[in-house]
Write a protein that binds this ligand. Structure first.
Ligand code: PGA
Length: 247
């Protein structure tokens, strides 16, 4: 596992954007799954700036949204489709954009199609991830099986409580569609971003302790090409021995 510990959120975002450009420019990374949430906001802003300055060509990249609330319309300001369009997709020219439609009444067909689309591509080249305070990756909540696939999930109260701070109280979606742990883990490369002390326990779990489906993030320790970009606050609980190895 490759770890970078940056001094703050700004330099974490800068590092992530530069790393992303390097990987895309290598020509090997084409099918990429993108996260939403607070963590990657500045990463997208920097990426869009780099794109406008012609520092990266994304015409070979297909973008996949990792998850989406259910049910929700794409145009809803609370939807992840809205988020990724507004923060990233509309500002750049990608080869293709794919997302889960949280408004498809046939969610089984929606999940099956997304799963098969990724399978046809031979899996994803890169998944960029955040981590939930309860250890979820994408919307694979604690208890998700390692071989879970694209599916509808019921969100845990711990996630709903955090979402309540982001949405009007009555409007917190209770379900979501998400890539499974299988699709995430099968990606050739994974980059995880975490900022702030609220993520520090989960970052400690990523390096220490049991690998368990009750902490989905812990399974990423087994991935063969995993990169973690943190700020100092997110890394604050890492043990001295780990810090010595990194430095
Ligand atoms: P956050 O969400 O970036 O808003 O903290 C991360 C996640 O829940 O995966």
């Amino acid at each position: 596992m490759k770890i970078s510990i940056e001094k703050d959120y700004d330099s974490l975002s800068n590092k992530a954007a530069n790393r992303f450009i390097e990987l895309v420019e290598s020509g090997k990374i084409k099918d990429i799954a993108f996260p939403t949430g607070n963590t990657p906001k500045l990463f997208y802003k920097k990426l869009v700036e780099f794109y406008k300055d012609e520092k990266v060509n994304l015409s070979g990249v297909s973008g996949f949204l990792i998850d989406e609330y259910y049910p929700i319309k794409k145009e809803s300001k609370n939807s992840f489709n809205y988020y990724i369009e507004k923060k990233f997709f509309t500002h750049v020219k990608l080869k293709k954009k794919y997302s889960l439609d949280g408004n498809n009444p046939d969610f089984l067909a929606e999940c099956k199609n997304y799963k098969e689309l990724i399978e046809k591509k031979g899996g994803l080249d890169l998944v960029i991830l955040g981590v939930g305070e309860n250890g979820h990756i994408g919307f694979n909540e604690p208890g998700s099986e390692y071989n879970s696939r694209v599916r509808l999930v019921e969100l845990k109260n711990s996630t709903l409580d955090i979402n309540r701070a982001k949405y009007d109280a009555g409007k917190v979606p209770k379900y979501a569609l998400t890539l499974g742990i299988y699709e995430i883990f099968k990606a050739k490369k994974i980059i995880l971003l975490a900022s702030g002390s609220s993520k520090s326990e989960r970052i400690r779990d990523l390096f220490n302790g049991h690998i368990s489906s009750s902490l989905p993030v812990s399974v990423l320790r087994l991935h063969s090409d995993m990169e973690v970009i943190l700020d100092k606050e997110a890394a604050v609980l890492l043990e001295d021995q780990i810090m010595e190895l990194i430095n």
